[in-house]
Design a protein around this ligand. Structure first.
Ligand SMILES: Nc1nc2c(ncn2[C@@H]2O[C@H](COP(=O)(O)OP(=O)(O)OP(=O)(O)O)[C@@H](O)[C@H]2O)c(=O)[nH]1
Ligand SMILES: [Mg+2]
Length: 305
């Protein structure tokens, strides 16, 4: 039995907004990566672990591959592309459409240079008619040879069992990398910052969400809280302009309050205790082009080289 166990790494890549993080969360059964309907939500590589009797898959969720417009963008794209050569199998997620745009062409070119097996995952099948899916498969099949083509809906969980079986096929036999109860390598402090950023992304419009970073300054269990522990958390939302700061704070602090009250229950679920959350807003002009600030906010440019 023991020597039949498989284990290996699978990266999720694709253009922004195709549903990589939603799919990864669904597959591991927990919300670890934040998601939103705005492109470029994920900024770092996020590692999670799926374990079954058959084997262990270590998933790498990555930032969407796009045309970078600043240092943060290049960092994100490099972070994603670097995973291609580090894994046993690549999951390339695409939208359910017959149109292959410049974004997909760029990814096809990257994939043509490597030997790692690629599973094409056509996501969001809940948004199209079943009969149409075959035409998408045909269009992509002409572009390159895929190890497998699997249509799924990350939102509804359709066909995800098939996807897991397909991934297992391409993993080598070997012992698990992590305990079976390990879910992620993300520190709680980082998930806290990300959950706050997710609510900011969801509440704010226009260009503001892209220029936001979140730092957690304090995370401390309150002493003498008795049977029902409380964590005191202080975090800062960093933005790029004074005018953005005003919008993030909102009229009499209403927007900041909204972001905080949406983030708090999620953080409480994750930490499994009550949370007292205090949010601040700070301006750091054009931080997305400053390596120093990026490093401060958890995006280490050297890591992606
Ligand atoms: N209808 C439908 N929507 C989906 C599905 N999967 C993801 N979405 C939605 O697509 C949007 C983007 O999802 P994300 O998981 O954040 O996408 P991503 O690929 O991780 O995006 P980046 O991190 O920006 O690269 C969200 O609004 C999701 O709810 C799906 O199967 N069906
Ligand atoms: Mg994502």
């Amino acid at each position: 039995m023991e020597n039949k166990f498989k284990s290996g790494f699978a990266t999720l890549i694709g253009r922004p907004n195709v549903g990589k993080s939603t799919l990864m969360n669904y597959l591991i059964g927990q919300k670890i990566a934040i998601t939103s309907n705005k492109p470029q939500t994920t900024r770092n590589r996020i590692q999670t672990v799926y374990t079954s009797e058959e084997g262990q898959i270590v998933f790498l969720d990555t930032p969407g591959i796009h045309k970078a417009r600043n240092k943060l963008g290049s960092y994100m794209v490099k972070t994603a592309e670097r995973t291609l050569t580090e894994v046993d199998v690549i999951l390339w997620l695409v939208e359910p459409t017959t149109y292959i745009g410049a974004g997909e062409r760029h990814i096809l070119e990257q994939l043509s240079r490597i030997k790692t097996p690629v599973i094409l995952v056509i996501n969001k099948t809940d948004t199209v008619k079943k009969a149409e899916i075959l035409t998408f498969i045909d269009v992509y099949r002409k572009e390159m040879e895929f190890a497998e083509i699997v249509p799924v809906s990350a939102l509804k969980g359709d066909n995800t069992d098939t996807l897991i079986s397909c991934i297992m096929k391409y993993l080598p036999y070997g012992p698990a990398f992590y305990d079976e109860d390990t879910i992620t390598d993300q520190p709680q402090r980082q998930i806290t910052a990300e959950l706050i950023r997710e609510k900011a992304l969801r509440c704010l419009e226009e260009e503001i969400p892209h220029g936001i970073a979140v730092t957690v300054e304090k995370m401390k269990s309150r002493k003498n809280a008795g049977k029902s522990p409380i964590m005191d958390i202080e975090a800062t939302i960093v933005c790029e302009r004074e005018s953005h700061k005003g919008i993030i704070i909102g009229k009499q602090g209403s927007m900041l309050k909204k972001i905080g009250s949406l983030a708090r229950p999620d953080i409480e679920d994750m930490l499994e205790c009550r949370v007292n959350l205090q949010l601040w807003v700070k301006v750091r002009k054009d931080w997305r082009d400053s390596e120093l600030y990026m490093k401060n906010f958890g995006y280490h440019p050297k890591d992606s080289e």
